[in-house]
Design a protein around this ligand. Structure first.
Ligand SMILES: NC(=O)c1ccc[n+]([C@@H]2O[C@H](COP(=O)([O-])OP(=O)(O)OC[C@H]3O[C@@H](n4cnc5c(N)ncnc54)[C@H](OP(=O)(O)O)[C@@H]3O)[C@@H](O)[C@H]2O)c1
Length: 312
């Protein structure tokens, strides 16, 4: 048996329980990862509250969490990509909810994994996969940003936004990022030009980019999405990861996919110092419910991470 966080019915953070769960079985093309750290993502609590019921079946009790950093302790019988002792990161999403990363061990299909960047701590590394892959895939696959373009990134201090700002800058784009005033210096450090969200947002963006923006990455929805559509140049590209209304503006909706090649590329960019992960707060696994409550407030800078004591 292993220690894990789990829930047996949809609901708020109070349904989360810390206790014992059976060790996961390791499929032929999976590896058993001893978890060092797991990052909180808003999708975890949205799924827990039942918002994804129509898309993802929940096999209760569900262990939440899709982000992980840890150490391989047992490769599946048909795995030669990883060996015992390898340090890895993963966006361990399957098409149902059950065996997440908020546990001492997770069985992770190799398609969800890459080598852990050597220069990142386990806490930083755990924050990279889901948010980093989302930023990477939206910027390069969906928006197809080009050098010299102006890109609008919403929630530029958040998990996805902060990585998107850094990746877009690395691709040679100019980046305008929305954030609260308290985060403006942080957004500048990431390489973006901060703009306050709220009433008058489109006017403030136009003051910075009078001809409009070439591409907009919506991570907030609602007003942010409307303002994005408003400031797009003719022929500009719009992608949302959070609001299906994007289709009515001629944009597209993206959902991040596990992809070992993309994850390895992201890891390499982290090792080159192109992207860094800001760890906002660290909680022990037992306090995962508090970690989720904090993220649900919507003010996370970078990532919130839970850690598991390491006994070697
Ligand atoms: N479809 C997908 O594949 C996918 C993948 C990843 C995430 N998502 C979704 O994308 C959203 C963002 O995810 P995340 O992990 O980046 O969340 P997060 O880290 O929890 O976002 C927190 C940030 O949002 C900022 N924020 C809050 N309200 C804002 C507003 N009105 N305008 C601009 N910024 C605002 C906050 O900045 P201040 O403190 O400065 O207000 C804070 O830094 C979530 O809804 C998540 O579920 C979807």
């Amino acid at each position: 048996m292993m220690k894990a966080i789990s829930y047996s019915a949809y609901g708020g953070a109070d349904v989360l329980e810390y206790g014992e769960r059976p060790d996961p079985k390791v499929g032929p093309d999976s590896v058993l990862v001893k978890v060092r750290a797991a990052a909180v993502n808003p999708v975890d609590w949205k799924a827990r509250e039942g918002y994804l019921q129509s898309q993802l079946e929940a096999v209760f009790p569900v262990i939440p969490g899709w982000d992980v950093s840890g150490v391989v302790v047992q490769p599946g019988i048909a795995v030669d990509e990883f060996a015992v002792g390898d340090e890895v990161i993963g966006y361990v999403r399957e098409d149902f909810l059950s065996r997440g990363t908020f546990a001492e061990y997770v069985a992770a299909p190799v398609r969800t994994l890459a080598r852990k960047p050597l220069n990142l701590s386990f806490e930083e590394a755990a924050g990279l996969p889901l948010a980093g892959l989302t930023a990477y895939q939206v910027l390069h696959r969906w928006l197809r940003i080009q050098e010299g373009e102006t890109v609008l990134v919403h929630a530029a201090a958040g998990g996805v936004g902060s990585l998107a700002v850094q990746l877009a800058r690395h691709a040679g784009a100019r980046v305008i990022g929305t954030a609260g005033e308290h985060n403006h210096d942080h957004v500048r450090q990431l390489g973006g030009e901060p703009v306050a969200y709220g009433e008058g947002l489109a006017d403030r963006i136009r003051a910075l980019a009078p001809d409009g923006v070439d591409a907009a990455f919506d991570t907030v929805g609602g007003e942010a999405l409307r303002a994005s559509a408003d400031v797009l140049k003719p022929g500009g590209r719009l992608t949302s990861i959070t609001d299906g209304e994007v289709f009515s503006y001629g944009g597209r909706y993206a959902f991040v996919r596990p992809d070992a090649t993309d994850l390895a590329q992201l890891g390499a960019l982290a090792e080159q110092g192109v992207v860094s992960v800001h760890v906002d707060r660290i909680f022990p696994l037992e306090q995962a419910a508090d970690a989720y409550r904090l993220n649900e407030e919507g003010r996370t800078r970078g990532k919130i991470v839970v850690t598991i004591p390491w006994d070697g």
